[in-house]
Design a protein around this ligand. Structure first.
Ligand code: 5AD
Ligand code: SF4
Length: 440
């Protein structure tokens, strides 16, 4: 079979990074080799995200670039896969610039879709599934240094938060057989990987049942952590309404489960949380934070925040600022509300916070988080951390960088160690983004 080359650009979340690795694996079985050079590609795919409008606008920009490539080499195939494919379906074909549209549950059909493409005959598969988890597919790892890998443990989401398009683009929640997860992790360890991140839209609702019993997320986390004590285990994303005492206690009981929990709060106002359909209150959220702090005082807590959701008042916004202060987030992803067609919010609530008000509130949130992040880093000055080396630092060839268990980036002068080594460092000083360290 002739070698054909597949080039994929990945946008959006870690789940998409993981899906891209699944696509490479599926396509490899049909003779497609991975390339990072678009000018060599027989197929160009964009694995897309629909979570905010600007994510989709960016893809339209990329389609122009792909069209230029296709003009020079008319035989090549251009495809949109992932959430935007699922959301827009046939409408994506109107541009005339797309040959394949494939949703998140139809990647097994990509080889046959590619086979069937003819000029003027684009191919589309956007069927969602209740079963597909790609459990049997061994992903082609695309990380640069062979140290850290993503492992998808479930797909879809059943929560229907009112602002979120994900339940429509990724379908219903389903968990992956834990034995296939542990097998994949064992293989990663055998291949020299030192860190895995277990991925799901809402990992706390992971659940598997078979003849040998029930497995919830805490059980799964323990199974994965017990594969090897020198393997670091991370996970994302938790949901405040579902994160259990058992999960927090399981983390605390194993040193190789990293001390960082991503716990999206979205808003500090009960009125907004209700409207967002998050199904927890500010008080409940703070109770979960207190439990985490009690079991693991050194655990970082990070979050997602949306500014300017429907009908948000100045008081609601102040409630968000105050919960940020109260928790003292180590890191946050912060967004302006972007109305997504078809969601509960788009159908029921006007998007009525003026754009300049959204921007101003977001800026206040970012400014506060910059201070909180710096304060959090300053609290670490003087401490000693074990760091998993990722490679040379961005700034200097004489420095290495890597993350502490709490996920903070550490840089330190070192000419001896290499990616994948564990080293002990002491924090000397910090910026808002980095801990400046020395080897100890
Ligand atoms: N507008 C802005 N931000 C959103 N998010 C999800 N949907 C929207 C939206 N419509 C944010 C949430 C979520 C993160 C992944 O993206 O904060 O946790
Ligand atoms: Fe969207 Fe809510 Fe599911 Fe997250 S938990 S993917 S915000 S519906």
């Amino acid at each position: 079979m002739d070698n054909k080359y597949l080039y994929i650009e990945t946008y959006g979340c870690q789940m998409n990074v993981s899906d891209t690795e699944v696509i490479f694996s599926i396509m490899a079985k049909h003779g497609y080799q991975r390339t990072e050079d678009i000018t060599k590609a027989d197929i160009i795919l964009a694995n897309t995200c629909s979570i905010r409008d600007n994510a989709e606008q960016r893809i339209y920009g990329r389609l122009e670039v792909f069209a230029k490539e296709k003009k020079q080499r008319p035989g090549i195939i251009v495809g949109i896969v992932g959430c935007m494919a699922e959301r827009l379906k046939e409408a994506l074909l109107d541009s005339g610039k797309v040959d394949i549209v494939a949703g998140p549950d139809s990647y097994r059909s990509l080889p046959s879709l590619a086979e069937a493409v003819r000029p003027g005959q684009p191919q589309i598969n956007v069927l969602l599934s209740h079963e597909e988890t790609y459990a049997d597919i061994i992903p082609v790892r695309t990380d640069k240094n062979g140290v850290s890998a993503f492992v998808s443990i479930m797909r879809g989401c059943n929560n229907v938060c009112s602002y979120c398009v994900v339940p429509y683009t990724r379908g219903a929640e389903r968990s992956r057989d834990p034995h296939t997860i542990v097998r994949e992790v064992c293989k990663l360890v055998a291949d020299g990987y030192k860190e895995v991140t277990l991925l799901g839209q809402n990992v706390d609702s992971y659940f598997w049942k078979d003849e040998s019993g029930n497995v919830d997320f805490a059980d799964l986390l323990a199974m994965v952590a017990d594969v090897n004590p020198s393997l670091r285990v991370r996970f994302s994303t938790s949901h405040p309404k579902d994160i259990s005492d058992k999960l927090i206690e399981t983390m605390a009981s194993r040193a190789n489960i990293c001390r960082c929990i991503h716990l999206p709060v979205q808003s500090g106002s009960d009125r907004m949380l209700e409207k967002m359909r998050r199904r927890y209150t500010r008080e409940w959220y703070l109770g979960r934070v207190a439990k985490i702090r009690k079991e693991m005082p050194d655990c970082a807590i990070t979050t997602d925040i949306i500014a300017g959701f429907c009908s948000e008042t100045e008081q609601d916004h102040k409630d968000t600022l105050s919960i940020m202060e109260e928790v003292g987030y180590d890191y946050a992803y912060m967004f302006q509300y972007s109305e997504r067609p078809g969601t509960l919010a788009a159908r029921n609530y006007p998007d009525d916070v003026a754009p300049q008000v959204k921007t101003r509130r977001l800026n206040e949130i970012i400014e506060l988080q910059n201070r909180l992040g710096l304060e959090s880093n300053k609290r670490d000055v003087g401490k000693t951390f074990t760091v998993l080396v990722e490679g040379p630092s961005k700034r200097s060839a004489d420095e290495l960088c890597g993350r502490a268990s709490n996920n903070k980036m550490c840089v330190f002068p070192d000419k001896v160690h290499k990616a994948g080594d564990y080293v002990s460092v002491k924090v000397l000083s910090c910026t808002s983004a980095t801990l400046i360290c020395e080897l100890v």
